[in-house]
Design a binder for this molecule. Sequence first.
Ligand code: 13P
Length: 292
Amino acid sequence: MSLLSLTPMLAEARRGGYAVGAFNPVDYASMKAIVEAAEELNAPVIIQTSAKTVIYYSHETLAGWFRELAADSPVPIALHLDHGKDLEMIKKCIETGWTSVMIDASDHPFEENLARSRQVVAWASAAGVGVEAELGEIVGVEEDIVVAEEDAHLADPDKAERFCRELDLGVFAPAIGTAHGYYKGEPDVRFDLIEEIFRRTQIPLALHGGTGLPDETIQRCIKLGCAKVNISTNLKHAFIDGFSDYHRDNPHDYEPLRVLKGQYDTMKELMKAKIRQFGGAGKAADVEISTS
Ligand code: 13P
């Protein structure tokens, strides 16, 4: 049990009434911190790489880190591509060791979104790789993808039903009112839409824009059908603040490995808190039983 597609992982999360944390690493240490947080809590976890991170380090480097860190892990771990827009990049992820990929063609008209997503499902299912696809457009900034408020739109339940019927998805990402990045005001999460979409599709839902959502909102979303909660901005802040807070508190310590340890511990504690909050702690064995 270790490298796993998110499809069985999230099916089990739905059965167990919890969500799996999906975190965006920015370097080797943050990927290691995700793995260690999950291992210390005996939880399943999703490492999701933003497309920008794949371009920065290369497919081979990230897949190599993942294999090294996760191949012998006692807990189930998925390597997922977050918001893949470039079909060639997605294809290469499937070929180089990602266990699941997201195709985000949500900025295209419905039929084009469906056609691109269908192409990715065909490649992925031939390789035993899981797929996430998006409908509607989630507002905010996710790496290089910027969706302005006037361009964002929520997923339509009729279209969502057809989209999911025609695609074999492990997880579905409808826009339901959350946003990438910190919220400027009170998030306007459409619980009614989550409920209706999950009732009509029965596909585990991804909750994008997890940073800054109140706990009661997250718990309600999990109850209504969300099985994957995405956290990126929080982790970026822990990466920067973990380093700079250590230096602020220890201004004369110029031993880099101690500074890096301060940064690492800040990231790991953040992810442990999130995994506990989403209900994933202690669930690794349940995934193992359900997949064996
Ligand atoms: P945040 O940056 O708001 O945590 O959102 C992450 C996300 O949804 C990645 O797809």
